[in-house]
Structure formats: structure tokens, C-alpha cells
Unconditional design. Structure first.
Ligand SMILES: [Zn+2]
Length: 337
């Protein structure tokens, strides 16, 4: 009996030792991980995130309300579950989607049978107010650290047409409404982040509309501005860049893929210059968004001809047509595979 007890006691000690070793191993790995994440946060200056490649109107620094998400409920691993819709449409073929696109039928692409279930959130950039506030950069970084926050604009009024004097938020709202009608004609379910132009939303709150509705795609519409050179013209797209482990490579890829196809169709329909993609991080709308997202700069408010075009009802038809063609093509590509 004593022998048996000793045997089990030895077994218990061995088991405890094994568990302790496993726990230590996990602890070491998680520490390494958090040090890596911490480094990537502190090595970058949150104020410098809009300085790459192309001029931008600064709206990409829109930030959010920390009250939107309870930090105690956040777990970076949870985000995996949010990708289940993407997993359903993402075979290996998607990696060759760009090559496939070259040979894909150019005119009025036929959508797959899932078109009626596609949900698109359209976000009209800006509102009639600028408001400064401390804003939390990402729900996936520790809100107790000062580097996780930046004093920036919670709300931004955006640009104004150099010729028309029409504020950006009016232009984006008008085009978003027309785009919604066009997409609904194709059978998509379309939601506006704020149907009422007077409603004021932070970047994170805009993203939350897409998250709540489990959208397949979120498109934020904006007008660019570069006062130093009014001749700068054309369209570009901002897309999320991985920062502090978010978004995943897959979500980043889908956002870039949608952006590439939509920008190509947009430039084709409008005749505006294609200025390419501009990946950015430390932008709360991107950081809080859990679905593929892109921000289309439709043209430059600071350029007289772009300004006039973006506010001309006839030209707006081309803008809408270009974006619709791009969206149709993007969904066709991910459904074909
Ligand atoms: Zn803007």
C-alpha cells in the first residue's frame, strides 16, 4: 500500500514538473511575442503615418472612442473567428487572382450565386466638425500604455473644393448615396455608415458598422488635398498595413486585392490618373475594422479640374460606374475560385 502511495506520489511530482515546464515554455514565448509587438509600436511615431508616397488630406488620422470596446474583453486570438466568411471564399487560387484578372471577361462580369448575400458598407468621409481628443490607436494594443494613444483628431471636417467651395463631407455623402443605389440594383445589401449627414462618427465607430453587419467589404470615400501643388490630380487608395499583429496577412491581402481591382476600374471609367495603393498603419478606422477595407481618394479637392469633376452630377455617374465595376469584378474573382 505504502509502495503504491509512493509510486503515485512520484508520478504526481513528475506530472507537476512537466506542467511547470510547459507553462514556463509558454510564458517565455508569450514574453518574446509581447516584446516584439512593443518594439514595433514604440519604434514608430504615430504622428508620421501619413507621410508616405502620395499626398493625403490627413483624414487617415481619424481616431475613435475607447469606450467603443471594453479592453477587458479583448483577446487578439478572438479575431481569428471573425475570418470565417473569408475562409469560405478563399481557396489557394486567390493568390493567382491578379493573373486571372487579366483574362477575365472585361464587360459586365457575371456574379456568382452568392451576390444576394454580399454586404457592403459605404462610409462617406468626414462630417461638419473637427474635434481633437486622445484616441486609442488599436484595440489590439494595451490601452494602459501611453504609446497606445495619440492626441489627434477624433473627428475631422476634411477638405474643401478649391473651385466649388463644397466641403468634402458633402461630396462624399452625395456620391455614397448614389453608389448605394447602383449597388442595390445589382443585388448587394448596402449600408451607409451614417445615413444622416449630420451624424458625427469617429473612425472606429465607422468600422464598427462594418463589423456589426459582418460586411464583406467596407469602402470609405474621400477627396484628397495637396495645397502645395494644385496640379496634383488623380485617385489613390489607402489600405491597411499590418501593425502590432493586426490585420492578419489574409485580411491585408484581401483589402489590397479589392483596392487594386476597384482603383483600376475607377481610373478606367473616370479617366483620372491611377496613383496606386498607399498602405498605412496606426489608423484607427483600419485597426478597428475586422473585414476587408479600403479608403478611396476619388480625386484632389485642391485641383480645380478634379474638384469640379467630383461635384458634377454627370461625372459622378462615371465615378459610381467605376466603383461598381470594380466591386463586381472583385467579388467575381473571389467566387470563381
Ligand atoms: Zn478625407
Amino acid at each position: 500500500m505504502i509502495k503504491q502511495i509512493s509510486f503515485f506520489a512520484v508520478l504526481a511530482v513528475i506530472a507537476v514538473l512537466i506542467v511547470w515546464m510547459i507553462m514556463s515554455f509558454i510564458d517565455i514565448n508569450s514574453k518574446n511575442h509581447s516584446e516584439t509587438s512593443g518594439k514595433s509600436i514604440t519604434d514608430n511615431n504615430p504622428e508620421e503615418n501619413d507621410t508616405e508616397e502620395a499626398p493625403d488630406d490627413g483624414h487617415s488620422s481619424e481616431f475613435d472612442l475607447s469606450a467603443l470596446i471594453d479592453p477587458s474583453t479583448l483577446n487578439p486570438n478572438d479575431k481569428i473567428d471573425l475570418y470565417y466568411r473569408i475562409d469560405q471564399v478563399l481557396p489557394a487560387v486567390y493568390e493567382s487572382a491578379n493573373a486571372h484578372y487579366k483574362t477575365f471577361a472585361q464587360d459586365n462580369p457575371i456574379l456568382g450565386s452568392n451576390k444576394d448575400t454580399r454586404v457592403i458598407v459605404l462610409d462617406a468621409g468626414h462630417q461638419d466638425e473637427t474635434r481633437k481628443s486622445d484616441v486609442w490607436l488599436s484595440p489590439y494594443i494595451d490601452p494602459s500604455k501611453t504609446t497606445s494613444w495619440v492626441h489627434n483628431s477624433l473627428l475631422t471636417i476634411g477638405t474643401e473644393g478649391t473651385k466649388t467651395k463644397i466641403p468634402e463631407y458633402e461630396t462624399t455623402h452625395e456620391i455614397a448615396g448614389k453608389l448605394k443605389s447602383a449597388l442595390e440594383a445589382y443585388g448587394y445589401k448596402v449600408l451607409l455608415s451614417h445615413p444622416d449627414i449630420k451624424e458625427k462618427l469617429s473612425g472606429a465607430e465607422r468600422a464598427a458598422v462594418a463589423n456589426r453587419n459582418n460586411a464583406d467589404l467596407m469602402i470609405s470615400l474621400h477627396c484628397n488635398s495637396y495645397d502645395e501643388d494644385p496640379k496634383q490630380s488623380g485617385a489613390l487608395v489607402l489600405v491597411p498595413k499590418i501593425w502590432a499583429g493586426y490585420p492578419s496577412e489574409r485580411l491585408e491581402y484581401l483589402s489590397k486585392h479589392a483596392a487594386t481591382v476597384i482603383l483600376e476600374e475607377y481610373a478606367k471609367a473616370t479617366g483620372l490618373k491611377n496613383r496606386g495603393l498607399n498602405p498605412i498603419d496606426k489608423t484607427s478606422m483600419f485597426a478597428f475594422c475586422k473585414v476587408p477595407i479600403l479608403l478611396l481618394e476619388m480625386g484632389f479637392s485642391s485641383c480645380p479640374s478634379d474638384d469640379k469633376a467630383m461635384n458634377d452630377p454627370e461625372f459622378q455617374k462615371k465615378i459610381v460606374e467605376g466603383i461598381v465595376n470594380g466591386i463586381n469584378k472583385y467579388f467575381s474573382l473571389i467566387e470563381i475560385s
